[in-house]
Design a binder for this molecule. Structure first.
Ligand SMILES: [Zn+2]
Length: 64
């Protein structure tokens, strides 16, 4: 299959190698989610901090 382009980091990747479609990695997926869910934290530095905070929390139910 042709590689896809990650909408977060812009790298091309093989879709068979990621569990985080349509992103190249779980990290890029979470960055994208963070941008949508927390519009006050759109700067890259803030996103990194936000992800660190999320990593220390148990997963929330996204359907709730
Ligand atoms: Zn990516």
């Amino acid at each position: 299959m042709a590689p896809l382009r990650c909408p977060t980091c812009g790298h091309f990747f093989e879709i068979n190698y990621t569990p985080a479609m349509p992103f190249c990695s779980e990290r890029c997926r979470q960055i994208d989610l963070g941008q949508w869910l927390d519009e006050e934290h759109t700067l890259p530095v803030d996103i990194e901090k936000h992800l660190e905070e999320q990593a220390n929390r148990p997963f929330d139910d996204e359907d709730s």
